[in-house]
Design a protein around this ligand. Structure first.
Ligand code: DX5
Ligand code: ZN
Length: 232
C-alpha cells in the first residue's frame, strides 16, 4: 500500500447493525468506504465491551479495503498476535494502555500489521518524540473513547495542527475518531487529518437493505472534508 495523504473515510462498525455485520461491511464498502474501522473494547480501558479476535476473524472475509482495528484495551501486548492472526491490516494501540508502548509498536509491526498509536483527548504530544519512527498512523481521539454518537471535542484541533507539523513529510497518517460529521470534517481536515473515522454519521438513516443512505452520508463527509483543502 503506497502512502498518500488524500482524505479517507473509515466508517466505524460500532454504529452498524450488530445482527448483520457481514452485510453491513459489504454495504459500506460498496458505498465508498475507504477503510473499515473496528472498535475493540474490553470493558476495562473503556467502559464498553465489543469484539474479540474470533469476531474480527469473522469480519475479515467481508472486508476488501483495509481492516483498521482500534484496540481500546489494556493490557494490549498479550492480544497483538491474536488480532493480527484474525486478519487486521492496522492495529492501533493506545499510548495510555501500558508502560512499554515502544515495545507494543515493535510487536505490532513484528506481527505483520501496520502500527497505529492513539491519544485520548487528555494526552499531549510530548511522548511521541521517540515513537514516530515506529508508527504508520497517529489517531487523535476527538471524543473520550467507549461509545458512538458523542459530541466532538473541538479543543483537539490544536493538537491535530501541532501533530501535523511534527510529522512533516514522514509517511504517517493522522486519523481522527469521534464526533466526525459533515460539520466537523472540514475543521479536522484543514488541521491536517487525512483518515476520518465516522460511526453514527455514516450509519444513521440507512441499512444494509437501503445502503444508498450510507453512500450519501459518506459522500457528505468526504465532500465537506475536501471543501477547505487546496486542490492537489
Ligand atoms: C469511540 C470509537 C469511535 C466511535 C465513533 O470510542 O473509537 O470509533 O465508534 O463513533 P461516532 O462517529 O458516532 O462518534
Ligand atoms: Zn475507534
Amino acid at each position: 500500500m503506497t502512502f498518500d495523504r488524500s482524505i479517507k473515510i473509515a466508517p466505524s462498525i460500532l454504529s452498524a447493525d450488530f445482527a448483520d455485520f457481514g452485510a453491513e461491511i459489504r454495504a459500506i464498502e460498496a458505498q465508498g468506504a475507504d477503510w473499515v474501522h473496528i472498535d475493540v473494547m474490553d470493558g476495562h480501558f473503556v467502559p464498553n465491551l465489543t469484539f474479540g479476535p474470533p469476531a474480527v476473524r469473522a469480519f475479515r472475509p467481508h472486508v476488501t479495503t483495509f481492516m483498521d482495528v482500534h484496540l481500546m484495551i489494556a493490557p494490549v501486548d498479550p492480544y497483538i498476535d491474536a488480532y493480527a492472526e484474525a486478519g487486521a491490516d492496522m492495529l492501533t494501540a493506545h499510548i495510555e494502555a501500558g508502560p512499554h508502548v515502544h515495545r507494543t509498536l515493535q510487536a505490532i509491526r513484528g506481527a505483520g500489521c501496520k502500527a497505529g498509536l492513539s491519544l485520548n483527548p487528555g494526552t499531549g504530544l510530548d511522548d511521541l518524540d521517540y515513537l514516530l519512527d515506529l508508527v504508520d498512523m497517529v489517531l487523535v481521539m476527538t471524543v473520550n473513547p467507549g461509545f458512538g454518537g458523542q459530541k466532538f471535542i473541538s479543543g483537539q484541533l490544536e493538537k491535530i495542527r501541532r501533530l501535523r507539523a511534527m510529522i512533516g513529510d514522514r509517511p504517517i497518517h493522522i486519523q481522527v475518531d469521534g464526533g466526525i460529521t459533515p460539520e466537523t470534517a472540514p475543521m479536522v481536515a484543514a488541521a491536517g487529518a487525512d483518515v476520518l473515522v465516522a460511526g453514527s454519521a455514516v450509519f444513521r438513516g440507512g441499512s444494509a437493505g437501503s445502503p444508498a443512505v450510507y453512500g450519501q452520508n459518506i459522500a457528505a463527509i468526504r465532500t465537506a472534508a475536501e471543501s477547505l483543502l487546496a486542490p492537489v
